[in-house]
Design a protein around this ligand. Structure first.
Ligand SMILES: Cc1ncc(C[n+]2csc(CCOP(=O)(O)OP(=O)(O)O)c2C)c(N)n1
Length: 950
C-alpha cells in the first residue's frame, strides 16, 4: 500500500525497473494498476513529453527523475512493507532465473522419441517462488546478471526467454563450474542467443547435405550388404553434422588436428563421411576382398584411418584411432596420441590438437576407464588441453534401455561433473541445435582449455547390429522408432517450409550422394583400390609399407658410448645447483653416483638406468617415463628429480639432472602419474605409437597392479601390430620377485606375458645387472623394428651387493639374452653334472647356496630374455657342459605360474644330448605368494635347495 508522508523512500535503485514497468503498464492501460499508483502516475502527467509534444510521456528517465524529486519531498513514498514485497519479488525472479540455469535442461525437449516423459520441475515454475499470474506483466531488472539486450523485462518475457534458452532442444549444464567467469561465459553465450546458432541458407543446406550423406551411406549398405554387421548410425545421423561443424568451426579457432576415438556405433559412417576413408576400400572389406597383409587383421568397424578435411581456414588432419571391441578403452590411447602429436607439432597447450572421445550412453556410465581418463586429462604430464566428449545417446545399450538398469545417475554424462566439464544435451532431431552445441563446446575448450561434453540424444533405428531383433525386448520403443521419419526427412521438411530448398533439391541431394557410392562400388569391383591406403598409423601418416614380422628383434644397430663419454655423462648427472639443499638420503645417492663416475665404486641399478637415459638423450633420443612414483622410484632407487629441502613454494626447487645434460640434448620427461594403471599405460601406448623414435616407459608400482590394465596389454600392446599394423616401442617396467611381502607384491605375472607371445610381437626380459638394463634400454631405443618391451624389474635386487656392474661393462658390452656361469673357469666345466637355468633375482640366492654348500657339480646359467626365446644362445651355453646329465629350471614362482609351463618346450629343445629336464619351483598355488613370511622363507629355501638335488 502506498501512503503519503512516509519518510522511507522506495526509490532506491533496485526498484526503478519495477516502477518503470509499472509505469508502462499504467500507460498502456491505467486500470491495471492500483488506484494509488494510478493517482501517483497521474500526478506525473504534467511532466512534459520528451519530444515537447503534449502526448503522454512514455520516456522513462524523466519519470524516474521525477520520482526522485518526489521522493526527496514528502510526497509519495513506498511503505516499508511494499518495498520489502517488491524486493522479494525481484529476488524471486532472480531465483527463477538461477533455477533455469541450474536445472532448466531437465524439462528440455531432448528426446526424439519422446520416450522419456518431460519432467515436471517444480522449481521452474514462477509459483514456486511466490510469483503469480498477475506478476507476469510486471517488469523486473534483468541488468548485470542476465545477458540480454535490455535491462528490464516483464516476467513473461523473462520466462519465455529462459524457456527458449534452456528448455528447447538444447539443454546446458554448467552451473557447477566453480569459476564464476566460466559460468558467466556460458550465461552470456546461451542467453544472448537463446541457444540458437546464426545460420545462413547456405549453411543450412550444408547441414542437410551432411544428414543426407549420413543416412545415404547406411541405406546403401543396408541394401547392398543385407544382414551384414555395420552397427548402423541411423537414428543418430546428426553425429556427422556435429563432427563436420566441430572440424570446420574448430579450424576457425586454430584447430589443426583432431584425434577421434570411438566404438562400433556409426564408425563406418564416420570413417567415410568424416575422416575421408574412400568408400571403395570399405566396399572391398564388405566384399571380403581385402588382401591379408597383416598376421591377424581386424574387423572393419575397429579400423582406424587418417584423413584431411579442407576447411575455409585451412586443412585439419583427422585421425580415427584403431580400437578393440572393449568399450571405452581407446579413450586414454586417444589422449596419448593427441599429446604426442601436440608435442611433435610444438603446440602443447594451445588447443591445436583436439582429442575427441565418442561414447555410447551405456558405456560411458558403465566403464571405469572413462573416469580414469577424465582424471588424467588435466595433469602435468598427460594433459591435452581439454577433450570434447560426444555421447551418441541412443537410449539403449544392446538390449538394456531402462536407465534403472544401466546407471545410478540421472544423466549418462554425470561422470563429467567430476572434472567440472559442462554438458550440452541436444536433441538429435534438431541439427541446428547440434550445431549450436558444438560451436559452444569448441569455443569453450579453445577459451578455457577444458573438457566439455555433448550428449547427442537420439535413437537406434535397427538392432544392436543388423542381425539383431530389437523388438523382442523393446517392443514399445521400436514401435515409436518405426513411426519416426528420421532426422534428414524432418530437417528437409523444415528447410522446405522455410523456403530454403525445394523438394526437387532435397531429392537431388540424396541421389547425388547415392551416385557417388555407386561409382565407388564400380571402382572397387574393378579392383583399382590400393591396399596400402587401408593401413594408416596413429602418427597420422598413411603407411605404405606393411611390415612382416622380423626374424629377430635382438638385432643391434647401435654402438654403446665410449667410456669417456659415459664418465662425462655420469659426472653431469651428479651435478647439483648451488644452494640446493638435498635430503641426506639423496645426498648419499648422489655421492654414490659420483664415486661410480670416478670409477671408485661399481654401478648400481639406478645408475645403470640413469646412464642409459643420459646416453640416449645425449644422442638425441627422447626419453619419457610415467608411473605412480616414477620421479623418485617406488623403491627410492631412481631420484630423477631432486627436491630442494628449503623449497618455499610448491612449484619451485625441483632439479632434473637428466634434463640438464646439454643444450642440444633430447627431451627428458618423468611423470608421477595418477593412480590408474589402465589409463596411464594406455596413454603411454598411444603416445608411443606416435613418438616411434622415443624411449617411452610405463612403470608399475608393483608388477601385479598392471592386471588392472590387462585389457590394454591384451588388446593393444601385444596385438596392435598383428591386428592393425600399428607399431609401438613401449617399454613396461614391472617390479617382480618373491620377497615375503605377501601375495600382492610378489609377482608381475610373468606367465601371462609369456602366454601372449607370438610372431615376435613383444620382448620379455628379466635383466639381473645394471649393465644389462643399460644395454637393454639402449637396444630398445635404437633397434630398427620397434616392439613393446616387457621388463621384469627388481625390488630388493636394486641394492643387492652383487647386482653391480663396472663402467667398462657398460662401455664395451651389449645386452646378452643368456648369461653363462661367470664364476666357473672353463677347466671346471667337465665336472659339471647338472646345469641350473634361471631368470631374475633367484640367481643370487642360488649362487649363495652353491657357495655356502661348496657345490662344484652344478653350473648356473641366467636367462635374461625369455621372449623371443634365445634358443641358439642357450643351447650353445648348455653344450659347454659335456658331462651334464640334468638341466633344472629354477624359479621362485609357484609351479603353475612363472615361466616354467610356457618355456618348458623351448628349454627341452635346448637340452644337451643325454640330459633330462626338471624344474624346482614353489608348490602350485592359487595365490601368487604366501602371506606368512615364515612360509615364504621355508618355501624359498626348499626350492633353492631343490634346484641342486641330483
Ligand atoms: C567392455 C565391454 N563390455 C561389453 C561389450 C559388449 N557390448 C558391445 S556394444 C554394447 C552395448 C553398448 O551400449 P552403448 O554404450 O549405449 O552403445 P550403443 O551400442 O548403444 O551405441 C555391449 C554391452 C563390449 N564391447 N565391451
Amino acid at each position: 500500500m502506498m501512503t503519503q508522508n512516509r519518510t522511507t523512500s522506495f526509490l532506491f535503485g533496485e526498484n526503478v525497473p519495477y516502477i518503470e514497468g509499472l509505469y508502462e503498464t499504467y500507460l498502456s492501460d491505467p486500470s491495471t494498476v492500483t488506484a494509488e499508483w494510478r493517482s501517483y502516475f497521474e500526478a506525473l502527467r504534467g511532466v512534459p513529453a520528451v519530444d515537447g509534444s503534449d502526448k503522454d510521456d512514455v520516456a522513462h528517465a524523466p519519470v524516474v527523475d521525477r520520482f526522485v524529486e518526489l521522493a526527496k519531498g514528502t510526497h509519495h513514498t513506498l511503505s516499508k512493507g511494499d518495498a520489502l514485497q517488491l524486493a522479494k519479488k525481484q529476488v524471486a525472479v532472480q531465483s527463477l532465473i538461477a533455477a533455469y540455469r541450474m536445472v532448466g535442461t531437465r524439462s528440455a525437449l531432448l528426446d526424439p522419441l519422446q520416450w522419456t516423459p518431460t519432467a515436471h520441475v517444480p522449481d521452474l515454475t514462477p509459483a514456486f517462488y511466490g510469483l503469480s499470474a498477475t506478476d507476469m506483466a510486471t517488469s523486473f531488472s534483468t541488468a548485470d546478471t542476465y545477458f540480454w539486450d535490455r535491462d528490464t523485462a516483464t516476467l513473461k518475457e523473462i520466462v519465455d526467454a529462459l524457456e527458449d534458452t534452456y528448455c528447447g532442444t538444447l539443454g546446458a549444464e554448467y552451473m557447477y563450474l566453480a569459476d564464476a567467469a566460466q559460468r558467466q561465459w556460458w550465461q552470456m553465450r546461451l542467453e544472448s542467443t537463446r541457444a540458437r546458432p546464426l545460420l545462413s541458407a547456405e549453411q543450412r543446406r550444408h547441414i542437410l547435405e551432411r544428414l543426407t550423406a549420413a543416412e545415404g551411406l547406411e541405406k546403401y549398405l543396408h541394401t547392398r550388404y543385407v544382414g551384414q554387421k555395420r552397427f548402423s548410425l541411423e537414428g543418430g545421423e546428426a553425429l556427422i553434422v556435429l563432427l563436420d561443424e566441430l572440424i570446420s568451426f574448430g579450424s576457425s579457432l586454430g584447430l589443426k588436428s583432431v584425434v577421434l576415438g570411438m566404438a562400433h556405433r556409426g564408425r563406418l559412417n564416420v570413417l567415410v563421411n568424416t575422416v575421408g576413408k574412400p568408400p571403395q576400400v570399405l566396399f572391398d572389406e564388405f566384399d571380403g576382398k581385402t588382401a591379408h597383409l597383416l598376421p591377424a587383421g581386424d574387423v572393419k568397424y575397429h579400423k582406424g584411418f587418417t584423413g584431411t578435411m579442407e576447411t575455409q581456414h585451412g586443412p585439419v588432419e583427422v585421425v580415427l584411432a584403431f580400437n578393440p571391441s572393449h568399450l571405452e578403452i581407446v579413450n586414454p590411447v586417444v589422449q596419448g596420441i593427441a599429446r604426442a602429436r601436440a608435442e611433435k607439432l610444438g603446440v602443447v597447450g594451445d588447443g591445436a590438437v583436439m582429442p575427441v572421445e565418442i561414447h555410447g550412453d551405456v558405456a560411458i556410465s558403465g566403464q571405469g576407464i572413462v573416469m580414469e581418463t577424465m582424471n588424467l586429462g588435466s595433469t602435468k604430464g598427460h594433459g591435452t588441453g581439454g577433450t570434447v566428449h560426444i555421447v551418441v545417446n541412443n537410449q539403449i545399450g544392446f538390449t538394456t534401455s531402462d536407465p534403472s538398469e544401466s546407471r545410478s545417475t540421472f544423466y549418462c554424462t554425470d561422470i563429467a561433473k567430476m572434472i567440472e566439464a559442462p554438458v550440452l544435451h541436444v536433441n538429435g532431431d534438431d541439427p541446428e541445435a547440434v550445431v549450436a552445441a558444438v560451436r559452444l563446446a569448441v569455443e569453450y575448450r579453445a577459451t578455457f582449455g577444458k573438457s566439455v561434453v555433448i550428449d547427442l540424444v537420439c535413437f537406434r533405428r535397427h538392432g544392436h547390429q543388423e542381425q539383431d531383433t530389437p523388438n523382442i525386448t523393446q517392443p514399445l520403443m521400436y514401435r515409436s522408432i518405426a513411426g519416426h521419419p528420421g532426422a534428414r526427412a524432418i530437417y528437409a521438411k523444415k528447410l522446405m517450409d522455410d523456403k530454403v530448398v525445394t523438394a526437387e533439391e532435397v531429392d537431388a541431394c540424396a541421389s547425388a550422394y547415392r551416385e557417388q557410392l555407386i561409382e565407388a562400388k564400380a571402382e572397387a569391383e574393378l579392383d583399382i583400390v590400393s591396399d596400402a591406403i587401408a593401413l594408416p598409423n596413429a602418427s597420422g601418416s598413411v603407411s605404405k609399407v606393411v611390415r612382416k614380422p622380423k626374424n629377430s628383434v635382438t638385432e643391434i644397430t647401435y654402438a654403446p658410448p665410449a667410456r669417456e663419454e659415459l664418465v662425462a655423462l655420469a659426472h653431469k648427472i651428479t651435478e647439483v645447483p648451488q644452494d640446493f639443499s638435498l635430503h641426506p638420503l639423496v645426498t648419499k645417492v648422489i655421492t654414490g653416483r659420483r664415486e661410480m663416475a670416478d670409477g671408485t665404486k661399481l654401478l648400481d641399478w639406478g645408475m645403470g638406468e640413469h646412464l642409459a637415459f643420459a646416453s640416449l638423450l645425449a644422442s638425441g633420443i627422447e626419453v619419457r617415463i610415467s608411473g605412480q612414483d616414477s620421479e623418485r622410484g617406488t623403491f627410492s632407487h631412481r631420484h630423477a628429480v631432486l627436491n630442494n629441502q628449503q623449497r618455499v613454494a610448491r612449484d619451485e626447487g625441483r632439479y632434473i639432472p637428466l634434463a640438464h645434460l646439454s643444450a642440444d640434448q633430447a627431451r627428458f620427461t618423468v611423470n608421477n602419474s595418477i593412480l590408474s594403471e589402465a589409463a596411464v599405460l594406455a596413454f603411454e601406448y598411444g603416445y608411443s605409437t606416435v613418438k616411434e623414435e622415443a624411449l617411452v616407459i610405463w612403470e608399475a608400482q608393483y608388477g601385479d597392479f598392471a592386471n588392472g590394465a590387462q585389457v590394454v596389454i591384451d588388446n593393444f600392446i601385444v596385438a596392435g601390430e598383428s591386428k592393425w599394423g600399428q607399431t609401438s616401442g613401449l617399454t613396461m617396467f614391472l617390479p617382480h620377485g618373491q620377497e615375503g611381502a605377501g601375495p600382492e607384491h610378489a609377482s608381475a605375472r610373468l606367465e601371462r606375458y609369456l602366454q601372449l607371445c607370438a610372431l615376435e610381437n613383444i620382448q620379455v626380459c628379466q635383466p639381473t645387472t645394471p649393465a644389462q638394463i643399460f644395454h637393454l634400454l639402449r637396444r630398445q631405443a635404437t633397434q630398427r623394428g620397434r616392439r613393446p618391451l616387457i621388463v621384469m624389474t627388481p625390488k630388493s635386487m636394486l641394492r643387492h651387493p652383487e647386482a653391480v656392474s663396472s663402467l667398462d661393462q657398460l662401455a664395451n658390452g651389449e645386452f646378452r639374452a643368456v648369461l653363462g656361469d661367470s664364476e666357473l673357469k672353463p677347466a671346471a666345466y667337465d665336472a659339471i653334472e647338472q646345469v641350473i637355468v634361471c631368470s631374475g633375482k633367484i640367481y643370487f640366492e642360488l649362487l649363495e647356496h652353491r657357495r655356502k654348500n661348496g657345490i662344484t657339480n652344478t653350473a648356473i646359467v641366467r636367462l635374461e630374455q625369455l621372449y623371443p626365446f634365445p634358443a641358439e644362445q642357450l643351447a650353445a651355453e648348455l653344450a659347454l657342459y659335456k658331462n651334464a646329465r640334468a638341466v633344472v629350471w629354477s624359479q621362485e614362482e609357484a609351479r603353475n605360474q612363472g615361466a616354467w609351463k610356457v618355456i618348458e618346450e623351448d628349454l627341452r629343445k635346448a637340452l644337451p644330448a643325454n640330459a633330462i629336464l626338471r624344474d624346482s619351483s614353489r608348490p602350485a598355488m592359487a595365490s601368487t605368494a604366501p602371506g606368512h613370511p615364515s612360509m615364504h622363507t621355508a618355501q624359498q629355501a626348499a626350492l633353492v635347495a631343490g634346484a641342486f638335488k641330483y
